[in-house]
Design a protein around this ligand. Sequence first.
Ligand code: 0O2
Ligand code: 0O2
Length: 253
Amino acid sequence: MPYQQAVEELKIKFKNMRKEYKCRNEYSPIEFVTGRVKEVSSILEKVKKFNIPMDKIEYELEDIAGIRIMCQFVDDITKVVNIIRKRKDLSIVYEKDYITNAKESGYRSYHIIIRYPVNLSIGCKEIIAEIQIRTLGMNFWATAEHSLNYKYKQHIPSNIKTKLKQAADTAYQLDELMMQIKDEIKDAQRLFGVKSNIVSNINESLVSLISLGKVKESSNYQLQLTTLIEIGDINQLNSLLLSIQRDIDKYKK
Ligand code: 0O2
Ligand code: 0O2
C-alpha cells in the first residue's frame, strides 16, 4: 500500500509540474512521467540475486517504488535533477549518474534514490523510492534492452548484443544531434502552444456569439477559422479573435 501510494502521489506531482510549465506557456523539461510498483516476482528475483535478508527488503531494495521521468533533451535531465534536489517533500539518499558513466551494457539514465513519507491511516511511513530520469532516446533503448534481457535471461546472443551496443551508440549520437537543434524545436513547440491557445479562445468566443443568438455570424467566423488553421499564421488568428471579441462586445451592448 505505501509503495502504491508513493508512486501515485509522485506521478501526480511530476505530471502537474509539466502542466504548470504548459500553463505558463513555457518549455517543460519533463516530457512524460510513468511509474510502477515492482512486481513481487521481480522483487524475489532481486532478493535472491543480491542475497538480501527478507527483513531488510524495505531498506536494501531501493526500487520497489519506481518513477521514470522522460525528457526531450539531455540538458533537461540536469534541470529535472535540480528541481528534485530542491523539493521539500522528499529527501535524497544518493544519486547514480549513468549518463556520465554509462553502464557496460550501454545503459544511460540518471537515478536518484529518495526517502519519501507516505501518510497512511496508521501513521506516517517513510519509504525508499527510485526516480530514473532519461531522454526519450535513452528510454527507447532501455525498454528494448530490458525486454531482450527478460527473454534471454541475461544471456542475449552475441549477434544481438553487438547490435544493441551499436543501437546504444546511435541513441547517444541522436541525443547529441538533437541538442544541436533544440532551440529550433523548442521554438516550434512554443509556437504550436501559442497557436492552440488562440484557437481555443476563438472557439470559446464563437460559443459566446451563438449564445447571443448570432449563429450566422458564428458560422462565417468558423469558416475563416478553418482556413486559418491550415495556413497557420498566428497574427491572422489573433486578428480573427479580436474581430469576434469586438462583435461580442457590440452585440452585448
Ligand atoms: P496523456 O493523456 O496520455 O497525456 P496513469 O495511471 O494513466 O496516469 P500510467 O498508468 O503510469 O499513468 O500510464 P503509463 O502507460 O505508464 O503512461 C503514463 C503517461 O505517459 C501517459 O500519459 C502516457 O500517454 C505517457 N506516455 C507513455 N509512453 C509515452 C511515449 O512514448 N511518449 C509520450 N509523449 N508519452 C508517453 P497520461 O499522463 O495518462 O496522459
Ligand atoms: P525493473 O523494474 O524491471 O526496471 P541492478 O542493475 O538492478 O542489478 P542496482 O544497483 O539495484 O542494480 O540498481 P541500478 O543499477 O540503479 O538499476 C536499477 C534499475 O535501473 C533497473 O531495475 C532498471 O530499471 C534500470 N537499469 C539498470 N541497468 C540497466 C540496464 O543495463 N538495462 C536496462 N534496460 N535497464 C537498466 P530492474 O531491476 O531491471 O527492474
